[in-house]
Design a protein around this ligand. Structure first.
Ligand SMILES: Cc1cc2nc3c(=O)[nH]c(=O)nc-3n(C[C@H](O)[C@H](O)[C@H](O)COP(=O)(O)OP(=O)(O)OC[C@H]3O[C@@H](n4cnc5c(N)ncnc54)[C@H](O)[C@@H]3O)c2cc1C
Length: 446
């Protein structure tokens, strides 16, 4: 039976959901206030999605879900320049560990595939609310007009407010960490500086952290990450200060020095970063509204440092599609089963980030490692430098094949490492106070 589906939001989650339903023969309308990329190829402003222009890393799960549920989007991504990262396995096979791409390249590809998807209509408009009949969703109201649907999918992202009043408060909030980033392109003659893993280079310093995410065609983003409580590094949003800081951090200078790369645009100050989980339920504990389901960042958003957002979002889309295949129009069963999946498979990542980010901000402020509570996951992994047996479970956690709970089995071993007095080494470079001086001097001389 054909189900009429209305999707609120045509970001990556809404579009892949829409394509998945349309490919199953359902009748789908996805509504977004953003009209999509300009047809003349000029930059896509994408107001309302602050992360659109920021650095993104794409995990294997993103490609896996696209290939299964929206193969034309996968093909379009490769055509636009997305570079799959092929990793050899010990048995001779290769796996795709992720895709090197900018967010804009990725989203343009998904959007162009969605435009060509029979059965999926993209409409520009503002969704004012969900219409209700007989205690269940019966459609959406778009700029004052009603659109009937058997199932409403809220893919309105981390800032979506349209159905906020129907939902329980959830867990989490601002994560306490902020960053600025800037895009660069490697010069053709330059050789690639060292990477920490297939997607990124990471430097850990006293009071801050640095990441480089590699995108397509030699383009990369450099991020300097700090605690929001620490305002001394706010000046990094000025290009001159960012450049002075990059030169002062040897591992970052290896990427950004003038002979290695050219800057592609302004320094981008990040907005507030969140660790928030809201499932499918309302304040009473029942489903927020039968016939209305929430997907993507509207359910789960995590600090971007680990680049998990699109992996959790699209994996959940695949599960929603599977549940509708199984339960059809029984929207109560779909909502209940999706909530159970969210609790089991999304919430643990948010809890993991809340614990890690809180502890990281405290350590950046000068606290020692807290050996009483549960060790945060990043510290468990860091202890593998001292006790390599801890590293055995690192791979499945880092690739998100296993949930954070997989680290429980080695937590005590990590605690023993820290009890011995060992602490993770920082990389060669300035302390936070030294970097703050560099920033202040650059801002003053601007
Ligand atoms: C700074 C930052 C960096 C990130 N880096 C990474 C990374 O490296 N790797 C990674 O995997 N993830 C990353 N993420 C997370 C990733 O960006 C999100 O997971 C992703 O955007 C989720 O897609 P979405 O479609 O659910 O939401 P969004 O992309 O936010 O899309 C929601 C859409 O809904 C529309 N909308 C909302 N309300 C309405 C309404 N009432 N009417 C009409 N339209 C509406 C909006 O216009 C928007 O188009 C990052 C996030 C941030 C904040």
């Amino acid at each position: 039976m054909v189900v009429k589906v209305a999707v609120i939001g045509a970001g990556p989650t809404g579009l892949v959901t829409g394509m998945g339903f349309a490919r199953r023969g359902h009748d789908v309308v996805a509504v977004d206030r953003d009209p999509g990329p300009p047809v003349d190829g000029s930059p896509w402003p994408r107001r309302g999605v602050m992360q659109f222009h920021h650095a993104h890393a794409f995990r294997a799960q993103v490609g896996d879900v696209l290939r299964a549920e929206a193969p034309t989007a996968w093909d379009a991504w490769l055509d636009l320049g997305g570079e799959p990262i092929e990793m050899p396995l010990p048995d001779g096979r290769t796996v795709t560990a992720g895709v090197r791409s900018r967010r804009e390249t990725f989203e343009r590809a998904v959007r162009s595939a969605a435009v060509g998807q029979p059965g999926l209509e993209l409409r520009t408009g503002h969704v004012d609310g969900v219409t209700v009949r007989g205690g269940r969703a019966q459609g959406i109201r778009v700029d004052g007009s009603d659109l009937e649907a058997d199932l409403v999918v809220d893919a309105s992202g981390r800032s979506g407010r349209v159905n906020r009043h129907l939902r329980s408060a959830g867990i989490g909030g601002e994560c306490g960490i902020a960053y600025v980033d800037r895009a660069y392109r490697l010069r053709p003659v330059a050789s690639m500086p060292p990477m920490t893993n297939a997607v990124a280079w990471q430097g850990n310093y006293s009071g801050f952290m640095v990441l480089v995410f590699l995108h397509e065609a030699g383009i990369f983003s450099a991020l300097i990450i700090r605690s929001t409580a620490n305002r001394d590094l706010l000046g990094l949003k000025h290009a001159r200060a960012f450049e002075a800081a990059s030169s002062a951090i040897p591992g970052l200078a290896a990427w950004t020095s003038d002979d290695v790369a050219e800057a592609l645009g302004d320094v981008l100050p990040g907005g507030p970063l969140l660790n928030v989980y809201r499932g499918q339920r309302g304040p009473s504990g029942d489903l927020a509204l039968p016939g209305l389901v929430f997907v993507g960042d509207s359910v789960c958003t995590t600090t971007p440092i680990f680049g998990r957002g699109l992996a959790t979002s699209l994996t959940q889309v695949a599960e929603l599609l599977r549940l509708v295949d199984e339960h059809g129009c029984d929207v109560q069963s779909v909502g209940e089963a999706l909530d159970a999946w969210d609790e089991a498979r999304m919430r643990p990542w948010v809890e993991d980030h809340i614990a890690m980010d809180h502890a990281q901000a405290r350590r950046w402020a000068g606290d020692d490692i807290d050996l009483v509570g549960r060790l945060p996951s990043d510290l468990i992994l860091a202890a593998a430098a001292r006790d390599p047996s801890i590293g055995e479970v690192a791979g499945p956690y880092l690739s998100m094949q296993a949930l954070p709970g997989v680290l429980d089995s080695v937590e005590e071993r990590a605690r023993a490492v820290y009890r011995s007095g060992w602490r993770p080494q920082t990389d060669p470079g300035p302390t936070h106070d030294e970097l703050a001086d560099v920033v202040a001097e650059a801002v003053a001389s601007a």
